[in-house]
Design a protein around this ligand. Structure first.
Ligand SMILES: Cc1cc2nc3c(=O)[nH]c(=O)nc-3n(C[C@H](O)[C@H](O)[C@H](O)COP(=O)(O)OP(=O)(O)OC[C@H]3O[C@@H](n4cnc5c(N)ncnc54)[C@H](O)[C@@H]3O)c2cc1C
Length: 386
């Protein structure tokens, strides 16, 4: 894969090993992502295998988790998304959006119950924040929890929830009406409880190789021990999103790298007017621009990892990297598709699959617009959301 500035020369042995094992896992276990994309399915048989490989939250420590470097974690997300954004989304949601909040804000009992099972891929989790009427502004959420004795009763609905139809547990963010000012709290909701339904959203034209659904909660009773005790307010869900967005900033680079390699190979093989199309200046310009944009995004991702490792990373740094790298992958996947001519619109080649996936990645985890506003506020001190 393209590494024009030789950034990988400075990887540690652990980091290099992780890249190699993720790459050979993808090559050995997943050869039919195009078929899954067409069918709108996810290869669920790889969920426990990804657990065995240690792909879920390996940057966390304890409960069997190895605590690898942030660069290792980023490289892993990059390798998974080079295959498909659906595969990276599986690892991102399970690791950054489900295991992270349990690890950071959960009780000892919650950690013991869920972290080993989720880490091994024996259980699947999902993250319920978005609601039908509240996407970019989740703080306006209507889902709420009322305290009744030593139980909570949850009501509300979440939508666009990755993996909800195949999840064992959902981290549901809801207003806790038993406290003053109804703060947002996280609740662990087992999906087999009475009153929980998780309908699948069909006919997506993007991120097709990923299962997406709703979570409807109708008088769902859960014990009060299922509330995450360690966080209150929007910083709960937002801190999870910072973790997941970090992985996306890396993952998008993987999708773009795969597009680049596919386009470069095609330009070498495909002949028109008696020579490979890669010999024409117009095609070389496209490859030169693609390589440059990928390299800039790689530099951003590597520096972001250093900031995260040293504890200096701010959510706004993540916003800039997610915003830039996803836009880059969205633009460059289209150029790669274009270079493949008619063949580029088939599922035999990855660029158009990546290109359509990028529409979701551009929108979820904070839309491109919302990250623009986060940066605008950071740069001016004035917020322009409303
Ligand atoms: C495939 C997929 C998987 C997802 N997985 C999950 C998941 O696992 N868990 C979860 O909780 N959510 C998930 N989401 C939801 C996702 O995070 C939301 O779609 C996203 O936050 C945008 O919300 P919305 O779709 O309601 O769009 P809206 O918020 O309605 O936005 C519509 C448009 O308005 C723009 N806009 C909104 N506010 C402003 C403003 N103040 N200024 C300027 N422009 C603005 C937006 O940028 C966008 O272009 C997923 C989404 C998809 C598509």
């Amino acid at each position: 894969m393209i590494d024009y500035f030789d950034l990988e020369a400075s990887l540690s042995q652990e980091e290099r090993l992780l890249v190699d094992s993720a790459r050979s896992f993808v090559e050995g276990e997943i050869d039919d992502m195009g078929d899954h994309w067409i069918e709108g399915t996810f290869p669920t048989e790889v969920i426990p295998k990804m657990g065995e490989m240690g792909f879920y939250a390996p940057n966390l420590e304890g409960y069997g988790l190895p605590g690898v470097s942030e660069t290792s974690y980023g490289l892993l997300m990059r390798e998974l998304e080079a295959c498909d954004s659906g595969l990276r989304s599986m690892a991102s949601v399970q690791g950054a959006l489900v295991m992270y909040p349990i690890h950071a804000f959960g009780s000892d009992e919650q950690k013991e119950e869920w972290l080993p099972a989720l880490g091994e891929g024996e259980a699947v989790g999902c993250f319920g924040l978005t609601e039908p009427e509240h996407g970019s502004n989740p703080s306006a959420m209507e889902t709420h929890a009322e305290k009744e004795g030593d139980e909570y009763v949850l009501n509300g609905s979440k939508t666009w929830i990755t993996n909800s139809p195949i999840s064992d547990v959902a981290v549901v963010w809801a207003r806790d009406r038993s406290e003053e000012d109804d703060p947002v709290r996280g609740f662990l909701v087992e999906t087999d409880r009475d009153g929980v339904t998780t309908n699948k959203i069909d006919e997506k034209l993007s991120l097709r190789a990923s299962i997406t659904g709703e979570i409807a909660l109708q008088n769902v009773e859960i014990p009060e021990e299922n509330r995450l005790p360690g966080v209150s307010g929007m910083k709960g869900p937002l801190s999870c999103l910072t973790q997941a967005r970090y992985g996306i900033a890396w993952g998008a680079v993987g999708a773009a790298q795969d597009c680049f390699e596919t386009a470069r190979q095609y330009a070498t093989d495909r002949e028109q007017f008696g020579k490979p199309i890669g010999g024409f200046q117009l095609q070389q310009r496209k490859l030169a621009e693609m390589a440059t944009q990928i390299t800039l995004a790689q530099l951003l991702a590597h520096r972001l990892a250093e900031l995260k490792e040293s504890g200096e990373m701010r959510p706004q740094h993540v916003s800039m990297a997610k915003r830039n790298n996803v836009r880059m992958a969205r633009d460059q996947s289209r150029i790669a598709r274009e270079m493949l001519g008619g063949n580029g619109i088939t599922a035999d080649y990855s660029p158009m699959r990546h290109m359509t996936n990028m529409e979701t990645v551009y929108t979820y985890e904070g839309t491109h617009d919302i990250h623009t506003l986060i940066l605008g506020e950071d740069l001016t001190g004035m917020q322009a959301y409303q």
